[in-house]
Design a protein around this ligand. Structure first.
Ligand code: 5RP
Length: 229
């Protein structure tokens, strides 16, 4: 059921793709449906050129013969389509559940517009129930962790901080070779201030708050796909 909903949202976004567009391809299980459906259009002769936001998405797109390029070659993109872990009513997002937040943010920022595709479980009143992924440099991890904890305390975080993968005995490593700290806020009441405070920490490479980046969302529920603009 959930996969059906994700696919329905992805199908709506495919309708927005125009021939010749320079497209950013997101990462995650919902974005995977979009790439899949786009691949079917490309196989039927539709022309686009795409920049993937992760090695996983690049492999999927290559397998579907979707033409790929990079931001060095294309510069600005027309549109990025990606999933999200949380979406609030101002279209602010938490992303990075799949660990691709850095490339996702670079690609979205280089795009004229960003469409988010999701099922309705991703809609929230206030961001923060989903742990905020924070991509950090390996160097000085303990110091960075300490600084992130101080920011969390200042922002009233309800719970702690986890190094992704540590429970499984092997830290998760991003495509950029960095680590991810998952920060359990419970509720993020001042996302802009939190964003600035996290980026002020030298060891923080990027975080999963995507603020004012998304212009439209297709949100699928059992009674249909809603367009949020
Ligand atoms: C990956 C992401 C994903 O878009 C986000 O985690 C949503 O994934 P899914 O569609 O599998 O729920 O940000 O870094």
């Amino acid at each position: 059921m959930s996969e059906d909903l994700k696919r329905h949202a992805a199908a709506k976004a495919v309708e927005d793709v125009r021939p010749g567009m320079r497209l950013g391809l997101g990462t995650g299980s919902t974005a995977r449906h979009f790439v899949d459906l786009l691949g079917a259009k490309v196989a039927a002769g539709f022309e686009v050129i795409c920049v993937p936001t992760s090695e996983v998405t690049a492999r999927q797109a290559l397998g579907l013969n979707i033409p790929l390029s990079d931001l060095e070659t294309l510069g600005q993109l027309d549109l990025t389509v990606d999933g999200a872990d949380e979406i609030d009513h101002d279209f602010n997002l938490i992303k990075g559940g799949g660990g691709a937040l850095l490339r996702e943010k670079i690609v979205a920022a280089a795009s004229a517009s960003m469409i988010v595709i999701a099922d309705s479980t991703k809609l929230v009143e206030t961001l923060g129930r989903f742990p905020l992924p924070i991509e950090v440099n390996r160097f000085g991890l303990a110091a960075t962790r300490h600084a992130v904890e101080a920011v969390m305390a200042a922002h009233g975080a309800e719970d702690g901080l986890k190094l992704r993968g540590a429970d499984a005995g092997e830290p998760f490593v991003t495509d950029g070779g960095h680590l991810i700290l998952d920060a359990f806020f419970g509720r993020i009441s001042q996302p802009e201030a939190l964003s600035r405070d996290l980026l002020d920490i030298p060891g923080v490479v990027q975080h999963g708050l995507f603020l004012n980046m998304c212009s439209k969302a297709y949100v699928a529920a059992p009674d249909g796909v809603k367009t949020l603009i």
